[in-house]
Write a protein that binds this ligand. Structure first.
Ligand SMILES: *[C@@H]1O[C@H](CO)[C@@H](O)[C@H](O)[C@H]1NC(C)=O
Ligand SMILES: *[C@@H]1O[C@H](CO)[C@@H](O)[C@H](O)[C@H]1NC(C)=O
Ligand SMILES: *[C@@H]1O[C@H](CO)[C@@H](O)[C@H](O)[C@H]1NC(C)=O
Length: 402
């Protein structure tokens, strides 16, 4: 019955749209089986030696993958570490391919490293827990990524490079993670020449400027109780779901729909007209994560406090010796910071920025050419991103590392 209904729908859609609407237009790199090797393939085409993978075991047992663009004498170049956003991972930084940030920075003579934080597809190992069957594996938020994964990555990079300081670049949750490290592992400020934040992510008044997101956000902690009770602790898109999204976005008749969906995050039509196949970027940003990463953001938004994870009064008392989770010590951040928040970013507003900048004491810049047009994801994919972001960043890095 259901399939008959589907067939009818399909037939009527075909009649309405005309059969030519079912043409598929896609980018070869959007193939999911290819995307795994895309980065290696890409950097080799651009005359690097490939992607080198490092694995480190954290003090709480996670096996974390860190990537590096392999080249001769990399250890003599100033190191930069890319820290990705929520559900994204290292490969998300490559959506603009030969014009993506890691490539542009490598071309300018930096030793490029990219973190795959715990829970993303390359970092699902643990000395004790199985990510598929043990819920304990997923009991972390960006707090643990900032307190454990990033400091361990900074040490790994410094062991493999002659310089004594790294540059950190975080997008979205990557920005949050960097602030956790610099606030509550304050000795790491001495190992960081500067940190750059795209789509700054500390305070999120009302969660987002999108009403729907605000309403969902208000549902924490009920939402976390419900999802915990049904055993949902991870955000791991199945390959099936990825294939559906990919295939839908490849049909020409659905292109407008995929474009509209992308615009929620990107906002500026003109900046993304060059993307003809959304299946590719979408497949690159679904790498997985924990539900707690999301709840922790909701807690910060609802309370206005950039604080540790709220486990409830009783558990907080046991873990923190206070009923309310303690604040992160932003006053400890004394390495140089560069904060970029676009005017069309639905996750960061002027008031979020004002609140943060009033608590930091070493800000190099908050202004950039693309400020008036940029949305949250433009930093990775916008047409003009090189001119309005990367070139300015390169100048600031140079000034602060020589
Ligand atoms: C990237 O590749 C495209 C298509 O091959 C080319 O037109 C463009 O000039 C390249 N950009 C750079 C910076 O090499
Ligand atoms: C983890 O658990 C899954 C499902 O129970 C199983 O298929 C897989 O082999 C396990 N992995 C390891 C490394 O033991
Ligand atoms: C817990 O907090 C109380 C009151 O603030 C304080 O007296 C006590 O020393 C703290 N205990 C620990 C272990 O920090």
């Amino acid at each position: 019955m259901v399939s008959l209904l589907h067939a009818c729908l399909l037939v009527s859609l075909c009649i309405c749209m005309g059969v030519e609407g079912w043409d598929m237009v896609f980018d070869r790199d959007g193939d999911l089986s290819l995307s795994v090797i895309l980065q290696d393939d890409l950097v080799k085409r651009l005359n690097y030696d490939g992607i080198q993978s490092y694995y480190l075991t954290t003090k709480d047992g996670y096996i974390i993958n860190v990537e590096r663009i392999k080249r001769k004498n990399a250890e003599k170049l100033v190191p930069i570490i890319f820290v990705h956003g929520m559900t994204a991972c290292a490969k998300s930084y490559f959506v603009n391919k030969n014009e993506s940030a890691p490539i542009i920075f490598a071309n300018k003579g930096y030793d490029v490293w990219l973190l795959n934080s715990r829970g993303t597809e390359n970092s699902r190992g643990h000395i004790k827990w199985n990510a598929t069957s043990d819920r304990e594996f997923w009991m972390f938020s960006w707090q643990e990524i900032g307190l454990i994964d990033l400091p361990a990555t900074i040490d790994l990079v410094l062991e493999n490079n002659i310089h004594d300081k790294v540059v950190l670049l975080g997008h979205s949750e990557g920005s949050t993670v960097i602030f956790v490290t610099l606030s509550d592992m304050p000795e790491y400020n001495a190992k960081v020449a500067l940190s750059i934040h795209w789509g700054v992510s500390v305070y999120h008044e009302r969660c987002s400027t999108v009403e729907l997101v605000t309403s969902i956000c208000r549902m924490e902690p009920v939402l976390s109780q419900i999802l915990d009770s049904i055993g949902l602790f991870s955000i791991v898109p199945s390959l099936g779901l990825k294939y559906v999204v990919r295939d839908v976005c490849r049909y020409t008749i659905f292109k407008d729909m995929c474009f509209e969906a992308a615009k929620v995050f990107i906002q500026s039509d003109e900046q993304i007209q060059h993307v003809t196949d959304w299946s590719f970027p979408i497949s690159q940003i679904l790498c997985g994560g924990s539900t707690r990463e999301l709840y922790h953001f909701m807690q910060v938004a609802n309370t206005g406090r950039f604080a540790r994870y709220n486990y409830g009064a009783k558990m907080n008392m046991k873990l923190y010796n206070t009923t309310e989770p303690p604040l992160f010590h932003l006053e400890n951040v004394n390495s140089v910071t560069v904060l970029y928040c676009g005017k069309n970013d639905i996750f960061c507003t002027n008031s979020d920025m004002e609140k943060l900048t009033s608590q930091l004491n070493n800000i190099a810049s908050t202004d950039f050419k693309g400020k008036s047009i940029f949305g949250h994801f433009d930093f990775l994919i916008a047409r003009d991103v090189k001119e309005v972001v990367y070139e300015e960043i390169l100048k600031i890095i140079k000034k602060n590392t020589s």
